[in-house]
Design a protein around this ligand. Structure first.
Ligand SMILES: [Zn+2]
Ligand SMILES: [Zn+2]
Length: 269
């Protein structure tokens, strides 16, 4: 079980070769199709926003070095980097108030702040694929351990969604779902109150701002059976107020465990 398939020196070689040829052909034709699309619509780099160099990559090789991943030691609850060695939890999580089980973020916020801004407000939907692949590559082990039955993006209020045209958390959730082979559920939680942007509020105001802001769609009494464990996806984790509100809403509806991943984490955003 779990053994890697590889050339073992036995078995019907012709058949294996035939399959390998077919797979190579499919791979090559897929690459050719992608190259044609990229010639017509060249991909922009998620870091510098220029056309990606070298052609065919998802990010410039030079820009790759500018991304700063959240380094260990990390908080066992929210996944933020901890300055002092020997601590298991950050100051915030040591108070033990979070409702989610555990979460991780991929980058330190400062290194991707402009990119996330363009991804969110500047129409750069194409960044989602690169970011989804990055989450799968670097946080795949965490996700497999969490073993969620499905992914839920943090929803936008309908009014804001109409104005912006898309929800960046949904695009990211879709990409992560593709790379991790997990289903994405966009219509389980909805945001029923159009709240003040969190960056304008202090921690207490943030909590009050989100009271009863989320709601389970319909009356799914078997939600906990269908989705005992879920993964929430958002672009940024700061104080965790949003994650707690959505996690609380899901736990109250019967879900047993709620994990999260975000692109970036930072303080005082
Ligand atoms: Zn670049
Ligand atoms: Zn923490």
């Amino acid at each position: 079980m779990g053994a890697r398939s590889g050339p073992q020196g036995t078995g019907p070689q012709e058949k294996v070769c035939g399959k390998a040829d077919e797979m190579n052909w499919r791979k090559r034709s897929g690459q050719a199709a992608r190259a044609c699309v990229q010639l017509l619509f060249p991909l922009r780099c998620p870091v510098c926003d220029d056309i990606v160099s070298p052609f065919g990559e998802k990010i410039c090789l030079d820009c790759m070095r500018k991304l700063r991943y959240v380094a260990p030691p990390r908080c066992l609850k929210c996944g933020k980097h901890i300055e002092e060695e020997g601590r298991e939890y950050c100051h915030d999580c040591a108070k033990g108030r979070h409702r989610f089980t555990r979460g991780r973020s991929l980058y330190e916020y400062e290194s991707v702040a402009k990119s996330i801004y363009r991804f969110k407000y500047g129409g750069r939907r194409e960044y989602a694929d690169f970011y989804g692949e990055e989450v799968a590559r670097y946080l795949g082990g965490f996700l497999k351990q969490a073993h969620p039955a499905g992914i839920l993006p943090i929803p936008l209020h309908a009014r804001r969604l109409r104005k912006r045209g898309y929800n960046q958390a949904e695009l990211l959730a879709d990409a992560i779902g593709r790379y991790m082979g997990l289903p994405v559920y966009r219509k389980i939680v909805e945001r029923v109150r159009d709240t003040t942007p969190m960056k304008l509020l202090n921690p207490q105001e943030r909590q009050n701002n989100l009271k009863k802001a989320f709601h389970i769609v319909g009356n799914d009494v078997k939600l906990g059976e269908r989705l005992p464990c879920v993964l929430l996806v958002d672009d940024i984790y700061t104080t965790g107020t949003t994650m707690d509100e959505v996690a609380g809403t899901l736990l109250d509806a019967g879900v047993k465990e709620v994990y999260f991943v975000t692109l970036a984490s930072g303080r005082g955003l």
